[in-house]
Design a protein around this ligand. Structure first.
Ligand code: SF4
Length: 474
């Protein structure tokens, strides 16, 4: 089986990558500032809505309905798109999707294409596949362009260059665009605009992702803030949209719920600045050829897991990243995947579909299980429950290890009150190893714990013993 590019080739496991990131003070400073600001703004935007909780429940229900009827809704979408002059392509995996898109570009003799920011194309490694086939993809979203010009990797769903500050962006622009520019946001935006304008006007093929696809009308919807996406969606002759099969909503009316949930959750805006909708092709107006590539890439396998499938409800708002204490300290690149943060910790291992893959299997442990991600998720994905469910799968896949033997021993001890009491008494002896109330070094296997943390000295008397002595009736 070909490797699923949803994880980056050669990425270390999360704990190793996180250790490196934690030593990068500039990165932590950039992230603390950015996530702190967006957290506050999102909370204020959500607090304005009296019916926010009802909206969340509605979002959850629509998405669950879509997942339950995915087979029929997808066929309906294909019929609607085809009836309006579009062409639908089905791709089982990344390799197939990339081949379809490359063939479509070649059919148009395109050597350069413009792109709207798209997680799906990042997930399948489309840019790299196109480059290998002689087609250069130009990212038009500002943050995505910064990542591309910096030969970097994205670290956030919404703001892929969140780990970069203004001075770093200025350096990248000067080096790659050959222009003198200050680090003022307006100047940086102007430099990007000038660079991209020529691309928009000369490129014949555009590639986009999709936030939503409406099954009954065949309409595709993209939400964005800068307007660059709209240029891609209207100027070129050919538009190729690459979309995960779960991005459906059944009807136009269902869209209403998500057009309220998504902007407030992602950019803390009441409505997003640009909502572009297109349905097939219209003679003489906009792209004259429209192709929709529907990718599975691990999604139907994820659908089979009754607990894990809720990850497919995700509308990629990034709210869970911005509240996650682990993400804030390690940054997105430590997750080694296009999907970072809490959603990445549950979606990536499921799309990879192999709990023996050390990198993917390390992700369900990249969480403190504090639950903040569930509280902000606009479609109520219970991320902590999925994390613990996937942790169990990882442990099972590992088979018998020192850890599982230790856990089995612990379960045996906790299974009987008398065994537990004896173990407590034996454990209390460890206080003789304590200095100033803390134990800093234990013999193996306790040394695995004390190599990175201290242990408080056990009390001379356990609570159970104290209770027996003071509260039990003699
Ligand atoms: S899991 Fe929820 S909060 Fe996180 S990106 Fe997806 S929809 Fe947003």
């Amino acid at each position: 089986m070909a490797r699923n590019p949803v994880t980056w080739l050669g990425s270390p496991t999360f704990p190793k990558a996180a250790r490196v990131a934690l030593n990068d003070t500039q990165l932590r400073q950039n992230l603390r500032k950015a996530t702190g600001t967006i957290r506050g703004r999102r909370a204020a935007a959500v607090a304005e809505m009296d019916d926010w909780e009802q909206l969340r429940v509605a979002g959850e229900q629509v998405k669950d309905d879509v997942l339950a009827r995915l087979d029929t809704l997808l066929v309906q979408l294909e019929e609607s798109v085809t009836a309006r002059g579009g062409t639908v392509h089905w791709a089982r995996d990344a390799e197939e999707a990339n081949r379809i898109v490359l063939d479509l570009c070649r059919a148009e003799n395109a050597t350069e294409v413009v792109k709207v920011k798209s997680m799906a194309t990042a997930e399948i490694g489309l840019n790299e596949a196109l480059e290998a086939g002689g087609v250069h993809a130009v990212e038009t979203d500002l943050a995505e362009l910064i990542v591309q010009l910096g030969d970097d990797r994205p670290s956030h769903i919404l703001v892929p260059a969140i780990h970069r500050n203004r001075a770093e962006i200025r350096e990248i622009f000067q080096r790659r665009m050959g222009v003198e520019v200050s680090d003022e946001p307006a100047d940086l935006a102007e430099a990007a605009r000038t660079y991209l304008r020529e691309k928009f006007l000369t490129t014949k093929v555009a590639i986009s992702g999709a936030n939503f696809a409406v099954a009954d009308s065949g309409s595709i919807v993209v939400l964005e803030s800068e307007g660059n996406g709209r240029m891609c969606l209207t100027l070129p002759d050919t538009l190729i949209t690459v979309m995960g099969i779960e991005k459906l909503v059944p009807t136009w009316q269902d869209l209403e719920v998500f057009l309220q949930l998504l902007p407030r959750s992602s950019t803390a805006e009441r409505m997003n600045p640009y909502t572009s909708v297109w349905t097939g092709v219209t003679p003489g107006d906009g792209p004259q050829r429209f192709h929709l590539v529907l990718i599975d890439n691990g999604r139907t396998a994820t659908l089979q897991d009754s607990v894990g499938r809720q990850a497919l409800r995700c509308i990629r708002c990034s709210a869970c990243l911005n509240v996650c204490p682990v993400y804030e300290r390690t940054g997105g690149q430590s997750y080694g995947s296009v999907y970072p943060g809490p959603i990445g910790a549950i979606l990536t291992p499921q799309l990879v579909g192999d709990m023996h893959d050390p990198q993917a299997a390390s992700l369900p442990f990249a969480s403190s299980l504090c639950g903040a991600c569930f509280e902000v998720c606009p479609v109520r994905i219970d991320i902590p429950s999925v994390l613990t469910h996937l942790r169990a799968e990882v442990v099972e896949a590992k088979g018998r290890t020192a850890e599982s033997v230790a856990m089995a021993a612990a379960a045996w001890v906790f299974g009987s009150a008398s065994r537990y009491e004896k173990a407590q008494k034996a454990g209390a002896l460890a206080r003789f190893l304590a200095r100033d109330g803390r134990i800093t070094s234990l013999p193996w296997p306790g040394s695995k714990w004390t190599s990175s943390r201290d242990v408080p000295a056990p009390p001379a008397q356990s609570f159970r013993a104290w209770w027996k002595e003071n509260r039990c009736q003699k």
